[in-house]
Ligand binder design. Structure first.
Ligand SMILES: [Zn+2]
Length: 490
């Protein structure tokens, strides 16, 4: 294909202006072709032109993208400056001439570009790390020991692979189901309204602080602004995620009570009316992998909200899944916008990507939207705990066996069962009691008012400062006035 660049066409106007934008026509053997049909993107076109300039009219060959095997990594703490300091001390001790730091770097880059410093990483698998350390240390050991250590790591990786395959299969199923049923977004549906199975994953993200400003003024770095937690439930089938925004004043707990309450709200307001649910989450013991969450799911099946629930935990250290992807998009948008209030945060989440949707747990003035329930005490008297939950990865609840949990460690293991509710007649029919939100303490309100209020950006003077960091004294006065009035009424 040949490209004739800078070809312009005359317009029919009498007076001609210089063309501001270049127009390019595309021709193959002197015939004009449609750019869209031949999919000539800008990057593709640039690459073609560069190749043509370098090599002339010869077909392009694909470069194979293999990883460089000669790269040697230093630990992340060993930066070039650190290595230079060591070199300097040694050279000075020996009485050699010491080159400057810049020269040292230049020599390093020209002679040993393959030696680099490892970037810091988070959320790594401890088991993988310790296994790899053991393998590295086994160079001088016997073949049998080496083999055993390798086998141990191989076994772990096989398990990780199995779990990942299950997750991918389930999300793929969900996508196909949504396509078949014509579902393109969350909608409030009655339980049992669609005879289908759906997959959801849920997780907490790291909290953010409000107000936030991309041009962050220096002093706020040392302060603690108002905290806002993030809990997401993602349906990869659509694909969309509901992000629960939890204001500091509404954060009762980050434990199972909150997880269960948010999930309950999600199923009621955003659930697609499915009969079978498949859930994936990380195996954080405090939040997900505990007896309270099991009791809640078993209760949901007994009450007839769902026919079956499958709950699978991702293996520790290998828990990256769809929720993290959506949170990443939220965080990217969050970094770029001035966020003063919870409502601003909600609109940032809504606009961060088409997959994200915000749901406030409560407003900044104290109104609760998503109540957190006392699930733990609600079931404590009627349910039995399953021993050794932590070591299990897969749980299943079925309406044919009400109150029973089926569990196993690996997918290939034999399934065991346990009766969580010994007496089904004693089960509570009503929803668990609601825990009132704690609100902010007087000291915290005072801190926000004195330290944080000044950083709130409010271009339209919509009273953002009064919403996020109100004067605690005026609030107290208001309260005491209302107390007096109510006493008078009595
Ligand atoms: Zn691992």
């Amino acid at each position: 294909m040949c490209i004739y660049g800078e070809e312009t066409e005359c317009s029919k106007r009498k007076s001609q202006k210089d063309r501001e934008w270049q127009r390019t026509g595309y021709y193959v053997e002197k015939r004009p072709i449609c750019r869209k049909t031949f999919i000539v993107g800008n990057h593709h076109l640039d690459a073609l032109i560069n190749h043509y300039k370098k090599n002339g009219l010869v077909p392009r060959s694909k470069k194979s993208s293999f990883k460089r095997s000669d790269i040697l990594l230093l630990p992340s703490a060993h930066t070039k400056t650190h290595v230079y300091q060591i070199y300097k001390t040694v050279a000075e001790e020996k009485g050699d001439r010491v080159v400057s730091a810049t020269t040292f770097r230049n020599i390093w880059n020209s002679l040993m570009p393959n030696i680099r410093t490892c970037r810091p990483m988070t959320d790594l698998c401890f088991r993988c790390q310790s296994n790899m350390t053991i393998i590295f240390k086994s160079t001088n050991l016997g073949e049998e020991v080496k083999g055993a250590r390798l086998k141990q790591q191989e076994n772990h990786l096989t398990q990780v692979h199995e779990e990942r395959a299950l997750y991918q299969a389930k999300t793929q199923d969900a996508k196909l189901t949504c396509q078949r049923e014509g579902i393109f977004g969350f909608e409030r549906s009655a339980p049992y309204s669609r005879l289908m199975s759906m997959h959801y994953s849920f997780d907490y993200a790291q909290q953010v602080h409000l107000p936030s400003n991309p041009m962050q003024p220096g002093p706020i770095y040392f302060l603690v602004p108002r905290k806002c937690g993030l809990f997401g439930v993602c349906c990869k089938g659509i694909p969309k995620q509901v992000n629960f925004l939890i204001d500091e004043a509404h954060c009762i707990t980050k434990g199972s009570n909150a997880v269960v309450s948010y999930l309950d709200y999600f199923f009621e307001h955003f659930g697609l009316g499915e009969t079978h649910v498949h859930l994936h989450c990380d195996n954080c013991t405090g939040q997900n992998n505990n007896k309270f969450v099991l009791w809640y799911f078993a209760w949901r099946v007994v009450m007839g909200f769902l026919k079956s629930i499958e709950l699978d935990f991702m293996p520790t250290g290998h828990t990256k899944f769809s929720c993290d992807q959506c949170f990443g998009l939220v965080k990217q948008a969050f970094k770029r916008h001035v966020v003063s209030t919870l409502d601003c945060m909600a609109s940032v989440v809504d606009r961060s990507a088409s997959c994200n949707q915000a749901q406030l747990v409560g407003t900044a003035d104290g109104r609760t939207i998503v109540p957190v329930c006392q699930c733990q005490k609600h079931f404590e008297k009627v349910a039995k705990p399953l021993n050794g939950i932590k070591s299990q990865q897969h749980f299943r609840f079925d309406s044919k066996h009400p109150g029973t949990v089926f569990y196993r460690h690996r997918l290939s293991d034999r399934e065991c069962s346990f009766q969580l509710f010994p007496n089904l007649n004693k089960l509570p029919c009503c929803n668990p009691p609601v825990i009132p939100p704690p609100g902010l303490s007087y000291q915290r309100k005072e801190y926000l008012f004195k330290q944080i209020r000044q950083f709130i950006v409010d271009p339209n003077e919509a009273g953002f400062a009064d919403i996020m960091c109100p004067d605690p004294r005026s609030q107290q006065q208001k309260r005491s006035h209302s107390d007096i009035e109510s006493e008078d009424e009595d």
